[in-house]
Design a protein around this ligand. Structure first.
Ligand code: DC
Length: 205
């Protein structure tokens, strides 16, 4: 079984993915983290992107658990991850890896193009969104908790969203068959219950 969760930055995809994963005992993969791993290693590489991509064994890099939040979630790495994710080779590396994982496991996968490109036949597609004010508030809270000072926090959120939505390759948009959930005024448990009820209705669980 594959459950695809797409949506803009700070819309609650990871939270929902983790909650579903706990409830259903299915592995959760945040594909944004994979783009961030590529971005972080590329930033430290001093190399040309295509050469750099070929120099790594990505199956190994994606399995590493020694990256800190600071490494992967700094505003700088956020920006680089959004920029390099417009590259075809970068997208292929992540897409191939996710499809390989899905051959062996049931998966819940969060990202931008999971229901539209990576798993077009997913058993359930969710497009999660929330109003801009709310998403900005959530992201600020996350970054402050991670220790970034207020003035270091740029408005990367909406710049990235625009770039992620307007790119030619695998842009962020709801799949035609996705259920769209605006969780601006929903508690985490309420969002989870909407999804679980939908799965019951469809006989998936
Ligand atoms: O979900 P996130 O904010 O951690 O993702 C970081 C960047 O990675 C995001 O700005 C765009 C890119 N991304 C993507 O292009 N496709 C995905 N499926 C997931 C993330």
């Amino acid at each position: 079984m594959i459950i695809a969760i797409d949506g803009p930055t700070a819309s609650g995809k990871s939270r929902l993915g983790k909650n579903l994963s706990d409830k259903l005992k299915i592995d959760f993969v945040d594909s944004g983290k994979l783009y961030r791993i590529i971005a972080y290693l590329y930033r430290n590489s001093n190399s040309n992107l295509n050469k750099f991509l070929k120099s790594k064994n990505w199956d190994e890099e994606f399995k590493r658990d020694d990256f800190s939040n600071d490494d992967l979630y700094s505003p700088e790495v956020s920006d680089i991850s959004s920029k390099i994710s417009t590259n075809k080779e970068v997208r292929k590396i992540v897409t191939d890896y996710l499809r390989k994982l899905a051959k062996k496991n049931n998966l819940i996968v969060a990202g931008r193009d999971i229901g539209t490109v990576v798993f077009k036949n997913a058993d359930l597609k969710i497009f999660l969104t929330a109003e801009e004010n709310e998403r900005e508030k959530r992201r600020l809270k996350q970054l402050l908790e991670k220790g970034y000072s207020d003035d270091k926090i740029d408005r990367e959120l909406f710049i990235r969203d625009k770039r992620d939505s307007r790119r030619k390759i695998a842009p962020l948009k709801p799949a035609k068959d996705a259920i769209i959930i605006d969780n601006t005024n929903l508690k985490k448990e309420e969002t989870l219950n909407i999804v679980l009820n939908e799965m019951k209705k469809r006989g998936i669980i």
